[in-house]
Write a protein that binds this ligand. Structure first.
Ligand code: HEM
Length: 213
């Protein structure tokens, strides 16, 4: 079987594509989180960091196109897998083959995925596709998070992101066969750490900006 048929024609191949693109998206989130930490250093530091980032054109555009492709492949293959699973097990409660890995997070992957997509579209219109020449990005962010409703919305979105990552991270190891019982306690601990770092790391900034406003 050639690689193209394996990746797109088999369920294992598609799961590998999900794992690789998911890992890439987690990598982006790690960089984004490090950038957000600059906001705790104040307006000047964060706006300076953002200006430096935007001065990296055209590399930033290439990075963003790569990110969009990763996101798109993750969504399209995830949707295909969702419908394939649905067809394969009409009564999924009777024939589920992997009860050990079944959690609320695993059962809700397609739904948390859709909610994250909606959040990202909202988020891009809120902070990326806006004119930052009059109001710099830190001030834009600080003004947004003076409103407790925006804070609530962002914190809820970060909980959803954390839940999605918690299963995605675990699932990635399963897909690549790194699921020996000897390694499982470490993988579970690592998954929890990643979940909390992203959930709390992202969620704390809107709360902080609301408090200091
Ligand atoms: C409290 C949490 C978050 C805050 C405060 C935040 C803030 C920001 C800001 C200010 C920008 C614009 C940066 C600029 O143009 O200078 C941005 C861009 C972006 N954010 Fe977030 N973000 C958060 C969480 C997330 C999450 C969880 C995701 C993905 C699931 C995400 C995805 C993106 C994307 C895709 C971009 C555009 C990247 C680019 O243009 O290179 N963000 N974010």
């Amino acid at each position: 079987m050639n690689w193209y048929l394996f990746i797109f024609g088999s369920s294992v191949g598609k799961k590998m594509l999900m794992a690789v693109t998911g890992l890439g998206l987690i990598g982006f989130l790690a960089v984004h989180l490090l950038g957000n930490v600059m906001a705790f250093a104040g307006a000047e530091a964060f706006n300076g960091y953002a200006a430096k980032l935007h001065s990296l054109q055209p590399y930033l555009s290439v990075f963003n196109i790569g990110l969009a492709v990763l996101g798109l492949v993750h969504i399209v293959i995830g949707t295909i897998l969702f419908f394939e699973n649905l067809k394969a097990r009409p009564n999924r409660y009777n024939v589920y083959k992997n009860p050990g890995g079944r959690t609320i997070a695993s059962d809700t992957m397609p739904y948390t995925g859709i909610l994250i997509l909606i959040f990202v579209i909202f988020h891009l219109f809120k902070f990326t596709f806006v004119d930052k020449s009059v109001t710099p990005i830190y001030q834009l962010m600080a003004a947004t998070f003076t409103n407790p409703l925006w804070v609530l919305l962002y914190v809820a979105a970060m909980v959803i992101v954390a839940v999605h990552i918690s299963h995605g991270f675990w699932s990635m190891f399963q897909t690549f066969g790194i699921n020996h019982p000897h390694h499982m306690p470490l993988i579970i601990k690592l998954g929890l750490l990643v979940t909390f770092v992203f959930g709390i790391g992202f969620g704390i900034l809107p709360i902080y900006l609301l408090i200091i406003a």
